[in-house]
Structure formats: structure tokens, C-alpha cells
Design a protein. Sequence first.
Lengths: 252, 252, 223, 223
Amino acid sequence: MAINKIVDSFEEAIADIRDGATIMIGYFGHAGDAPCWLIRALAEKGTKNLTIISNMPGWGRTLIPAFREMVKGLIRNPSWWDDAGLLVENGQVRKAVVSWASGMSPAHVNDFEKRYQAGEVELEMVPQGTLAERIRAGKAGIPAFYVPTGAGTVVEEGKEVRVFNGRRHILEHALTADFALIHAHKADRWGNLVYQGTSRTFNATMAGAAKVTIAEVDEIVELGELDPEAVVTPNIYVDRVVARPLEELRKW
Amino acid sequence: MAINKIVDSFEEAIADIRDGATIMIGYFGHAGDAPCWLIRALAEKGTKNLTIISNMPGWGRTLIPAFREMVKGLIRNPSWWDDAGLLVENGQVRKAVVSWASGMSPAHVNDFEKRYQAGEVELEMVPQGTLAERIRAGKAGIPAFYVPTGAGTVVEEGKEVRVFNGRRHILEHALTADFALIHAHKADRWGNLVYQGTSRTFNATMAGAAKVTIAEVDEIVELGELDPEAVVTPNIYVDRVVARPLEELRKW
Amino acid sequence: MVDKYRMDEQTMALRVAREFQDGMVVNLGVGIGTQCMNYVPEGREVVFQSENGALGLGPIVSSPDEADINLLNAGGQPASPMKGMCFFSHDESFVMIRGRHIDMVVLGGMEVSEKGDLANWALPGRGLGNIGGSMDLALGAKSVVVVMTHTTKSGKPKILKKCSLPLTAPECVDIIVTDIAFIRITDKGLVLEEIVPGWTVEEVQAVTEPRLIVSPDLKEVTL
Amino acid sequence: MVDKYRMDEQTMALRVAREFQDGMVVNLGVGIGTQCMNYVPEGREVVFQSENGALGLGPIVSSPDEADINLLNAGGQPASPMKGMCFFSHDESFVMIRGRHIDMVVLGGMEVSEKGDLANWALPGRGLGNIGGSMDLALGAKSVVVVMTHTTKSGKPKILKKCSLPLTAPECVDIIVTDIAFIRITDKGLVLEEIVPGWTVEEVQAVTEPRLIVSPDLKEVTL
């Protein structure tokens, strides 16, 4: 009768994520942009053997407290901050496709690195711009493209090299996934999304790049309330929308 | 002292466009999205041997009156509507890279087609999505990419074919230009742009894809007046901004 | 045959629109396609994608006084604003199309082959034409509906064993709606599912080059 | 040598910021880079691009009370809102970077070769590390400034004939600002243009592996 992508709970939103799934998780690396509740629901569900595609495998609860402490003179980070590191620490991740594998400094070792050194997890390192572009290509029906990024470095290894305009380029392939977990600020029942400030990051890039895109939002508004000129993620890219608990957002 | 991309006149905005230049002209094909004043200024300047990259070589003054008549029961089109057809009719265009070469129906023959049949102009036909993506690639530092579009058709001729996921794809190359002439609704002195409704089309795609991007706008506003969450074209892609004469907009 | 009923454009648009399911995202090609905007079946919510950069435009306005030159569908017709609509650039529009995010597209056709090859862009004998978004739409949409007259003005079949005109895309068409029939293209061939009142299967076959498989559920076109 | 003056991070950031010309778009890498945000020379307007999706962020805030978790630079530091700022997604951010729209980038470095090769991402001996946006920035920006200590903690040169660590990008660095020198990389080699007070050319050369060309205009670093 009417399009309604709103789902009532985080459990329901991720109920069909199965062991072995490939999951995009949208964030750059801070509290403002991570789909924290969806990540916690997935941790609770305990789904195993996940491949995650994300800017980083996450600070996790190993490093978030240290990060919080490091920047506390500048910014207070919310109590509900979690990232994909929680899934890594839970032993749910088999492989990570990321641009930033380690902690925020050589001295900060995340759980992913420990597991990597122990041979428990696989790692595919991708330059950040190439990662973003491979995800967009997955969304755009472009199977592969050439970039100069990584030419003449270890990133080139095993890849096709080709010279355009006298410069080395490497062939990079599209990334897609079974699910994309993203965070936005507001949504309507069609799945149109708006963000706040610097929280678009990989969220807006991943929306639509997976078979199922699930958006965790601060607020769901009536259809027509979002300014059509200011919608960042068009509804076509979003399959499910779930709202954060208002009382927890308020508390913070 | 301060960044100021505002230029006082259309003549000044296009003063450095030279004979033989490659020019992107942003529009889909209607009155709402064309940079009409920039096109007229270029017609007046008389620059020759232009290669234009645009969705279409334009209805021109040959067909705009017919178009106007055809749709008059539905919509009144503004008196100031012009498109790249004016440059074609003026004999300024040597080659067009377009997705839509002819008139709006087989019965409507534009000036470009007449010149094409007479061997006076060159034509490169590109599927519309590939045209948009080649322009974006030019802006994005991606020299080439594979698409399924056009595989198994005449578009494939002379191009590298490659199978990805069991499906034929063809290699397409980035497009760049010396100048991009685009139309937006509002701009600030940094060059941030917003549009109205369905007028983003190739305007927003071409912004930043040429060495110099010139935006013709309905209104220039103070820095800070545009909602930062609703800016469509970030200032980095825009080099010059020039305002339409308010009295002519009002008259319409 | 001259006297037999054939659906006009509006009627074909009405029949095509019955294919729109609740919640679908549909792109309407220039021509008969955009007319479907006004015929969404009662009780269904359909989101229209216009390749010129909009999702969720409403029906075509009924008078120039309501028209906005910045609220046009791909055919250049002024549409009504709708709650939930949004706008985007041309590159983003074709990310949606090429990336298989569109559920259904309605395209015009000059020729369709029995394998579902579509030819709809070239101007025969003029060496050019209008590809526009047709190639991207034909291969990008999850389901492709072609709406066209069953025969040319001179009465020649447009559904052929092999297309003679330059292709838009090979093996892309799922459904053909003509002025006399509704045909589904399957792995087994062309299945005639509906026929316009007054026409016999033999008469439809006579103006169709490849052999038609008659559906066991063959019925008259209902609107 | 232990007693000689070396610029601290803040002072290096101040020196780097002098390179920002009026109207430039500058990206500041994580680390010393982001500190440059607060030192734009008086009278110049510079637009900062943060790869996490912003153009035009202002200086880092001075207290958590002014901080907004959705207004961060790439280093995660809270920035002030500015008139003219705008936001975008990660793919768009790297269209800007890879597409050569950024005038200058300031990156940290572990090693720089005399040809301008940069190594700044791998964690030696750990088999992984943080590429982040460094590879895109190093080859995408029109001008690349590397800011780093001149030597490792154990006193070994970081400016080398050939990098020993995995590269970020080959032949990409234009300027090296260290805690004791300002060096420009030219076709002819490394040109020593500025030196920190108290150091001689010979002393700087002693901690630099490739031969330095002394600029005829060699001067002391001024801030």
C-alpha cells in the first residue's frame, strides 16, 4: 500500500545477516559517523566468518578508551561509541578490507593487529581513495577502473599495470557486499537520508553498494519533511531504516 | 586578501576561450538547465573550431521555437532560452561529443544534423550514462574504466572489450576540457553552488571536469548564506561565477 | 485488418502501468513511457526515476500555470512535486541506472528480436540518431518493458527474428506491449499472454516474424 | 649536537603554514599537518580540504565545550564552523584529491628519497600499517610538503638516497620541512633553502644521506 522501509529494532534490521556474509560498515573512524547500534546488534547476534569492508577494522573497545583519553582536552566522545573493532574482538571477523589497519599510532595496537600477527585474520590493504572508488564502482555497475594511486608501491603487486598519459596506473576492481551498515542523521519512510557535517564519509559512499543497505539514524521524519534539494542519499539506495533510542542520544 | 571568484560580465567570464578549445556545456536539453547567457556571449565572441562536449549539440534557434510550440499547452518556456545549437548554427563548432545528436523527433532536423550530412562537423556519439561517467572520470583522475553499456552494439566498435562476471564490457576513457560552462541557481564568492530541482543534470557533473569551470547563476549570495549541508557543487570545482541580469529573469 | 481495434498510446500506457508493483522504482523512457506516470494503479506507491536527475516526481501537470521549468521528467514534461522526491546530477543518475537499482524501465522500440534484442535509437538512413539514456536503461534496469506499435506504418512486423537496425542492447527486453498484444520474452521464446479484443492469435502471428508461443492462460488485454 | 635548537611540532607547523598562498585549497595530513590549520598567515584566505568530507573548516577549537563530533578534521580534532564550508562523501572527497584539485598537501614522513619518493605508512617489522589517504594525497595534490624530524630517534637520516621502507608514492615530494631545515626537491636534486639558527650547512649535510645543493639564497628559517 505504501512504501515503508522503517524497521522497529536493530535486531530485526540485521536478522538475515548470516555467517560468512560480506558487510560494508560505514565510518571514517570517529564517534560521529559509525553505525554503533547496528554493530552492537551484530555483535550480540554473534554472526561468524564475516568479511568486513570499512575504512578501518576499528579501534574497538581495546583502543576507544585510550582515544577518548587522548582527545579529552579537545572533545567529549559519546558513551555509546563503538566501531567494527567490537566484531573483531568478538572473533566474528575473518577478513578485513581496509585502508587503515592498525591503531592511531604505532604505540596503539588494536585487536585486529594482534589477530593478524597470530594468523587468525586476513587483511587486504587498499588506499583510502581507491577503497571509496571501488565501493562506488560496485554501486555504479562499473566492474573495474584504472587509478594512479599505488602505482610503484606494494599496492601494485599482482595487479595489471597500464600507462595512460605517460603515467603508470593500476587496474582496480569494484567491491560489493551482502549488507551495508551505515549511519545517517535523518531518514523518511522512503529511505531518503541526510547527514550532519563530517559524518557522511563512507556512509554515503556505501549506501546502495550492497544488496541490502541498512541505515541507523538519529531521527525518522515524515515523508516530505526533508528538503528535496538537501537529500544526500536518494531513497533508491536504502532498504531499511532504524532509529536510535532517543533517550540514549539525549542522555549523552 | 580574500577569495573572490565573481566576475562582472559574461564577456569577461569567457574572454580567454580561444579558437580550437574543447568546451563542456552543461544541460540535459531544457530551458531550466542551460547556461544561456554564457552560450550567447561565446556566440557573440565568435570563437571558432570548438569541440563541444554536451548531452546534445542543441536544438538551436532552428528547433527551440518548434519545441516551445509543441509543449505550450503544458509549459511556458522562457524567452531567454538558448543552447549550444546557437554555436553550431553560427559555424563555431567543429566536433560534438554527445548522446543525442538529432532533433526531438525524426521529423525535427537540427542544424547540427544538416552540417553533419554536409560533412562540415564531426560527431562522437556516446551513451548518456557513459558520457556522464567519462566526464566524472576526467574530474576524478581516473583515465579509463569498463562499462557494460554499448557492448554488442556499434558503440563497441574500435574499443577494447573485456569480460567481467561473464558479461561483455568495453573500455571507456575520461573526458576533460579547457572550459566547462554550467548553470546553477545560487553561488557564493568561494564558488559553492546550489541548483533547483531537475536542473543539476550535466551542470553538476561537469563542474570541475575542465581546467576552468565557469558558473552562470541566477543569484550570488553572501558567503555563509548557503546551507553547508545543501551545497551540491563544492567550491573547489568552480573557478568563476557570473550572475544573470536580474531584470531579464524578472521579466520572464 | 484496417478496421480492427488497436490500442492508442494512452491505452498502451495504461496497460503498461498495470505492471508497476507497489514499491517499485520505475524509469519511463521518452515518448509513451512518460505517459505512464499518470496511470499508477490505485493503492500502489511507485517511485519514478527520471534520468535527468529526480526520484519521486508526481504526475504531469494539467496546465502551464502549475508548470515549473525545473521540475521536468526526462521527456521535458512538467511534473508535480511530491513528498519524498529528491534530485541529483547526471553521473549519479546513471550510477542508479547502470548499477541495476531501477526495478523497471519502459522504453519505446523500433524493433525487438525474439531473443529480446532491442533497436530504438538510430535514425535509419541518416547515419546518426539519439542514443540518449536508452543503452544504459536497456541493460541497467532489472526489468525492461518495450511499448510500441506492433507494425510499422507500412504494416511490416517490428518483432523480428533478428533486428535490422543498430542495436540498443542485446538480449535485454522482458516484456513487449504493443497496440494489439502483450508478449513476454522467455528462455523458450516469445509467449503471447494477452491479445486485444477482436484479434485472433493467427492474425497477431501474421504480423509477427518469429513464432509466438501461445500462453495456456491467454486472455484479452484488460486495463 | 644534543644541545642545538630543533623546531618543535608547533614551530614546524608554523613554518609550513607560511607556504599557504592566498586562495589555495590545502589538505593537512594527520599529525603535524592538522596543526597548520591554526597558523594561516594574516591576510590570506585558505580553504582546507579534510579527506573525511569537508571543505572550509576553521581552526581547531580550544575547549571541549565548543567541539562538535560532526565537525572534525581528518585527524579527528574538532574544528570551528566557517562561512563557506561544505560537506561531501568519501568518494567525492577522493575525486577532489585524485583528480588534482588540491593545491597543496602537508604529510608526515618516515623517509624521503632524493628523487622525492615518500615512505610514510608502513609499520616496520609489523607487516601492516596505515595507508589511509596518504597514497592518494601524495600523488594527487599539485604540491606535496613533507614535514618530519630530520633524523630518527636514534639519529639516523630520514632523507635518503633511496627509501628502505615501503613507498607511499614515487617522486611526489616537492618540499621537506624538518626540525632543522627547509629543503626543496628539484630536477637537479635537494636544494637546502633554509636552516635553523645554530646549525651549519655541514652539520645538516652530516645527517642527510644524499648530497645537498646549497641555495645561493640560503637563509635562516624565519616564521
